[in-house]
Design a protein around this ligand. Structure first.
Ligand SMILES: [Zn+2]
Length: 126
C-alpha cells in the first residue's frame, strides 16, 4: 500500500466512524455529546485523570507533596496516598495519610494516547 492508499483508507475509516451531531444542536447540549471524530473520541476515552498533589491542609495550605501508589492490581483502581516521610512515626502520620488518599478511577492508557499522538503527527505531516 502506498502513501496515497493509506491516506485514503484512513479518510474512509474516519468517515465510517464519524458520529454526526444533528445540525441545530445547541452548544450546551453539544458539550454532553461524545466528539464526532473517532480520533477525538479515542483520545477522550483513553486520556486519564491526573493524580493530584497532596491536598491535606498543613497550616492552612495544601501540603502539595507527590502521592505514591499504595495499592494496585486485582482489577481495582490504584490507590494513592502521601506515604510516611522519613523520620516520622507511622502512628503520627495516619491522619495525614488517610486524608491524602486518592482513588485513581480514570487512569487512562498512556500507550493508546502515544499511538494517537503518532497518528496526529503523521496526519499533520511532521
Ligand atoms: Zn501530604
Amino acid at each position: 500500500m502506498d502513501i496515497e492508499q493509506i491516506a485514503e483508507e484512513f479518510r474512509k475509516f474516519r468517515a465510517e466512524h464519524f458520529w454526526e451531531i444533528p445540525e441545530g444542536t445547541s452548544e450546551t447540549t453539544r458539550r454532553f455529546h461524545p466528539p464526532e471524530d473517532i480520533l477525538d473520541r479515542l483520545r477522550e476515552r483513553y486520556t486519564g485523570d491526573e493524580v493530584p498533589r497532596c491536598r491535606v491542609l498543613v497550616d492552612g495550605q495544601p501540603c502539595g507533596a507527590e502521592l505514591s501508589p499504595q495499592s494496585m492490581g486485582g482489577g481495582n483502581a490504584t490507590k494513592y496516598a502521601h506515604s510516611t516521610p522519613d523520620g516520622v512515626r507511622m502512628g503520627d502520620w495516619m491522619e495525614h495519610y488517610r486524608d491524602s488518599q486518592f482513588i485513581h478511577a480514570k487512569p487512562g492508557d498512556s500507550e493508546v494516547v502515544a499511538l494517537l499522538d503518532l497518528i496526529d503527527r503523521i496526519r499533520k505531516g511532521s
